[in-house]
Design a protein around this ligand. Structure first.
Ligand code: ZN
Ligand code: ZN
Length: 425
């Protein structure tokens, strides 16, 4: 039998409720902060990601899905959204509409990683990009937006870790410092990290090898920022404190993607472990200019939705609401009658279904239980002859005969009764 590709997953109806809960509460919050949705294609020219993310990154070197199409163009499945959004921002001149362009996205991304818990090859991200200002208060807004999403979803035990990489010059100094400090200890690094040392020393932080971690984590970092970047970072910290957001300053957050500058941050959650951030982001003040636009500072973040699901599953398995009414039949010609009532009830806004296979009444009642139907209409030959049906209130476990013309009204009464009872508890 055919199976889904390794590292891809069906999100089944039973799981969709949780996905929708995350999406809809995020959308509500994005609206409060005035972020507008953008949907970019999942395919782009491969060069877009190579230029923006950086040639020496794992994403570009090992993880990106790149293929030649029939016209021999080099196409990539997007490994992240920022590059696509910057491309769309420039191509559609989105910056002309508002001083700061605020965008959000929700959708699948693709990386050919080794699949493991919370890490898929087709995975989903939800994120924002705020393009057009270097004001540290915008960093504070973006971070507080991420924290608000965590709080709104009830995800507990999380840490916000922040750092600043400074401007281009500062970042070059940081890289130089790490290269100097590591030079004498190259032998302690794995083969891959010796390559990283040459091409992109900050990527060593991503190595899963504990030996490599020890080498870089002991290096004294800090004091690299120029006055301007240091003041910017101070303002971000002050701003976060002023809005009641706790943070940890973590110089090990270097976000190896080439485009990051100044503020970088990660949100980690206790159950997921420190290595797997649930949310990551930062400033990318040079990217838009590097991609051919005007000098335009920007800041954003992305949540890993599979990780949000993991941290939510334990606490609240939210359920889809039950069905309003199930129509059960017993006897000849009853399915046709039930079918027509069902069409009428759906027209009145009630959710309902029937058993097209006409199994036994007992089996149909079991089905109604499973669907968590609020009420069940039973069509029996004898009752129908008298113009009646049986109506069962599944919550109260009461059943009565009802005139078929009153059925819709009675069903609505049961529905509003159960709704108001639920409202009181
Ligand atoms: Zn600087
Ligand atoms: Zn290594």
């Amino acid at each position: 039998m055919l199976k889904a590709l390794r590292g891809t997953k069906d999100i089944l109806p039973a799981d969709v409720a949780l996905w929708r809960k995350i999406e809809s509460s995020a959308r509500d919050i994005f609206a409060l902060y005035d972020y507008k949705e953008i949907r970019t294609p999942v395919m782009e020219e491969a060069s877009l990601f190579i230029r923006s993310i950086g040639t020496a990154t794992d994403i570009v070197q090992k993880e990106m899905y790149v293929f030649s199409d029939r016209a021999e163009r080099s196409i990539a499945l997007r490994p992240e959204a920022t590059a696509s959004i910057v491309r769309a921002y420039l191509e559609n001149s989105l910056g002309q509409e508002k001083a700061v362009t605020k965008l959000f996205y929700i959708g699948p991304m693709f990386r050919s990683e080794r699949p493991q818990k919370g890490r898929q090859r087709q995975f989903h991200q939800l994120g924002v990009e705020a393009i057009g200002s270097d004001n540290p208060l915008l960093d504070v807004e973006v971070i507080s937006l991420a924290v608000r999403i965590m709080r709104e979803l009830g995800i507990k035990d999380f840490n916000l870790n922040i750092n600043s990489l400074g401007c281009r010059k500062d970042k070059a100094r940081i890289i130089e410092k790490y290269r100097k400090a590591i030079k004498s200890r190259l032998d302690s690094l794995c083969g891959e990290c010796r390559e990283r040392y040459k091409k992109n020393v900050l990527r060593i932080f991503d190595c899963k090898n504990p030996g490599c971690g020890k080498v870089v984590e002991g290096i004294e970092s800090g004091g690299f920022l120029c006055d301007d970047c240091a003041a910017h970072f101070e303002s971000v910290k002050k701003g976060l404190s002023s809005v009641g957001i706790n943070f940890i300053i973590d110089p090990r957050i270097v976000r190896g993607l080439d485009y990051y500058t100044k503020t970088v941050f990660e949100i980690t959650q206790k159950d997921l472990g420190a290595k797997d951030a649930i949310c990551a982001g930062g400033r990318y003040n040079n990217l838009i200019e590097e991609m051919g636009g005007k000098d335009t500072p920007a800041v954003g973040f992305a949540f890993g939705m599979e990780r949000m699901i993991l941290s939510l599953e334990k606490e609240n398995a939210s359920e889809e609401p039950g069905m309003d009414v199930f129509l059960a039949v017993t006897g000849q010609g009853m399915l046709d009658k039930a079918f027509h009532m069902m069409i009428d009830l759906r027209g009145r806004g009630l959710s309902c279904d029937i058993d097209y296979n006409e199994k036994s009444l007992k089996a149909q009642m079991r089905m109604a239980e499973k669907l968590r139907a609020g009420s069940v209409v039973i069509f029996g030959e004898d009752e129908i002859k008298k113009g009646k049906i049986s109506l069962r209130d599944m919550g109260k476990r009461e059943q009565k005969e009802v005139d078929i013309r009153d059925a819709a009204r009675e069903i609505l009464a049961i529905k509003s009764g159960t709704t108001s009872e639920r409202g009181n508890t």
